[in-house]
Design a binder for this molecule. Structure first.
Ligand SMILES: [Zn+2]
Length: 239
């Protein structure tokens, strides 16, 4: 049910005239100047909000040299895709002799599909090999997980820039650092345990790429902690 904007009399739906039946005011034109002002105010507010959004986005990503560096370092850990993370030699009946460096890109493109996963998983059921093989597989999964956290970090750098926040980035960078470090640890433990068994089908060690990865992810943690602090100060001036 509608009300007359002037006298607040009840307007029934069968009242199709433009004038109010009680006070005679022209309803569509009533207070049009005031409504215009209200519209202008709304547009002004939306504009201010939009300016703040784009201003903060630009400031968060490129506001000063330090923030540009932080944005660039968001991508840098992706070099771990092509760096050797570990070297290993396999001696498997279903794989043949091979000695090679483990880079994530090469492993994903070539080895992942050609590996006989059935046999590898079968090894897990062997009494003495079960836990080291599980650790080995888990360490590879952790490397992929670190990459996922790294990509998510990039997404959140963009998403959170307009609101000048970096808390999610700190958490994601800590998670990728930990995933990488634990992956290296599990790989080392697993290889040494397998080496101690009678079926020593793998030998290997972590390579410099792993430490570069840990270093870059950890550097991102520090950068985001510092950025988050300056974001907080900047937010305080805006409220
Ligand atoms: Zn009226």
């Amino acid at each position: 049910m509608a009300l007359c904007p002037k006298c607040h009399g009840i307007l029934n739906f069968w009242n199709v005239k433009a004038e109010c039946p009680y006070c005679g005011v022209n309803i569509p034109n009533y207070n049009w100047e005031g409504n215009l002002d209200a519209d202008a105010e709304k547009a002004e507010k939306a504009w201010v909000k939009f300016r703040k959004f784009t201003g903060n986005l630009k400031s968060a990503l490129f506001g000063n040299l330090f923030r540009i560096i932080r944005f660039a370092f968001t991508f840098l850990p992706l070099v771990v895709l092509i760096l050797p993370l570990a070297s290993y030699s396999l001696n498997l009946p279903f794989f043949g002799d091979s000695s090679t460096n483990f880079t994530l890109l090469d492993f994903s493109m070539n080895t992942l599909l050609s590996l006989n996963w059935g046999s590898l998983l079968g090894l897990m059921s062997a009494e003495s090999l079960g836990s080291p093989v599980a650790m080995l597989i888990f360490s590879i999964l952790l490397i992929y997980l670190a990459i996922v956290f790294g990509v998510l970090n990039f997404v959140f750098v963009l998403l959170k820039a307009p609101s000048l926040k970096a808390g999610a980035n700190i958490v994601l960078c800590i998670l990728s650092t930990l995933s990488f470090a634990i992956a290296g640890l599990l790989f080392t433990i697993s290889v040494s345990q397998i080496g101690a068994t009678s079926t020593a089908f793998i030998d290997g060690s972590v390579q410099f790429g792993l430490f570069v990865g840990i270093g870059l992810f950890a550097l991102n943690v520090i950068l985001n902690v510092l950025i988050n602090r300056s974001f907080k100060k900047q937010r305080a001036t805006q409220n």
